[in-house]
Design a protein around this ligand. Structure first.
Ligand SMILES: Cc1cc2nc3c(=O)[nH]c(=O)nc-3n(C[C@H](O)[C@H](O)[C@H](O)COP(=O)(O)O)c2cc1C
Length: 393
């Protein structure tokens, strides 16, 4: 029976226990996307805290794919030396580190990237109200190349692997979904066509980093949105990736347009309406908030059924993420072979030392109550990574 502190492997990467820090945007880089001392400190704390594998917050493959400020952007070689310091710090403390790479597509903001965001099709996001511009064929090719270049720099910086962000309504997910991909020819229509972008990205990355370098993906079990990716579609994509040689699959769910279905918990009203004008406050209060609360209803291990379904179809390790908080849940997941690793995000923001607490035998050390003040402050109001719970000093 696998236990929480039994070592595990992903491809050729040996991980000292079954805990993964799921990718969490830090907003601790400089305005132009370089590593800072605060960034390094955050990763040092995490690695010292005992977690086996850290997945970085998403690195953007280029500036027009950037959704939030003060994040790492991978479009130039100078970033490699910065990132070597992050890897060194984490390795010194016995953890492994994988870099997540992403292009946010229609989930970028025009006033931030100073142009209309690009996406497979020009479908307005009814939550952010952003309407993207449909990508030209050469832009699709350029974007695939940007993922390949980013993966090359990730490997050069010494990371133990790279994770493709295929979830949460970002570019790859936008190609997979019938809602956001209305294209007809090569890149849209059938599931085979909709997954072409992801497969091309994967194949280019694999060609770039070589056969032995761990390449992981985070993918939605379901988009939780009408006409979005369904579990059957997701299973077909996972089977294809398994066949092509992906090294591990982390299973999540939800897209930006659903509100907070990815990051379930409370919807803090004060932060939802902060910096809004009167008309927006009324709109949010009477049209959006109720739906958001429903989509964000929390239950323990809320995406586990999707991850378990994926596990039954593939041969590679599967990682479950989303609301896993209790030791009993974690132990049962491993005992039942539901998934191979347990991934957490918000609890590590509040308690980077969490895994050491588990290891010392504390039964249920997680004190994160999914109040979601971190999500709102960071993702919407662009504050740096920390716990913003009202009881935090
Ligand atoms: C502040 C914040 C930033 C996040 N940034 C990312 C990210 O960069 N990439 C990603 O795949 N998921 C990101 N997520 C989602 C988490 O990785 C995770 O899927 C989600 O929070 C559910 O896990 P949890 O219940 O353990 O927090 C973020 C979540 C939060 C709260």
């Amino acid at each position: 029976m696998t236990t929480l502190f039994e070592p595990g492997t992903i491809g050729q990467m040996n991980i000292k226990n079954r805990f993964v820090r799921s990718a969490t945007a830090e907003l601790l880089a400089t305005d132009d996307g370089r590593v800072t001392d605060k960034y390094l400190k955050a990763y040092k704390q995490l690695a010292r805290g005992g977690v086996g594998l850290i997945i970085t917050g998403n690195f953007y493959v280029n500036p027009i794919g950037q959704a939030v400020p003060r994040s790492i952007v991978m479009h130039r070689d100078e970033i490699v030396d910065d990132l070597r310091k992050v890897v060194k710090t984490v390795h010194e403390h016995g953890a492994k580190i994988v870099a997540q790479i992403n292009h946010a597509g229609r989930q970028c903001y025009p006033n931030f990237i100073k142009q209309k965001p690009i996406a497979p099709s020009a479908v307005r996001d009814m939550m952010s109200l952003v309407k993207p511009r449909q990508m030209a064929l050469n832009e699709i090719e350029e974007t695939i190349t940007a993922y390949g270049d980013a993966a090359r720099r990730v490997k050069e910086a010494g990371f133990d692997g790279v994770q493709i962000h295929g979830a949460h309504g970002y570019m790859i997910n936008q190609f997979l979904s019938c809602h956001t991909n209305r294209r007809k020819a090569e890149w849209g229509g059938s599931l085979d066509n909709r997954m072409r972008f992801l497969i091309r990205v994967y194949e280019l990355i694999r060609e770039t980093v070589g056969p032995d370098y761990p390449v992981l993906i985070k993918i939605n079990g379901e988009d939780c949105f009408p006409n979005g990716v369904t579990i059957d579609q997701s299973l077909a994509v996972c089977e294809k990736l398994d066949e092509l040689g992906i090294d591990a699959i982390e299973v999540s769910g939800g897209i930006g347009e659903t509100g907070f279905s990815t990051i379930r918990g409370d919807i803090p009203r004060d932060l939802l309406i902060k910096n809004r004008n009167i008309a927006e406050k009324i709109l949010i209060r009477f049209l959006i908030e109720k739906k958001m609360r429903k989509n964000a209803e929390f239950s323990e291990a809320y995406f586990l059924p999707f991850a378990t379904a994926v596990k039954k179809k593939v041969n590679v390790p599967v990682i479950s993420v989303g609301g896993i908080r209790l030791r009993e849940t974690m132990e049962n997941i491993l005992k039942n072979k539901d998934t191979d690793f347990i991934s957490l995000s918000r609890p590590f923001i509040r308690q980077p030392n969490l895994v050491n607490q588990f290891e010392k035998g504390e039964k249920d050390p997680i004190t994160c109550n999914s109040c979601n003040r971190c999500s709102f402050e960071m993702i919407i109001h662009h504050k740096p990574m920390r716990c913003y719970n009202k009881d935090t000093p």
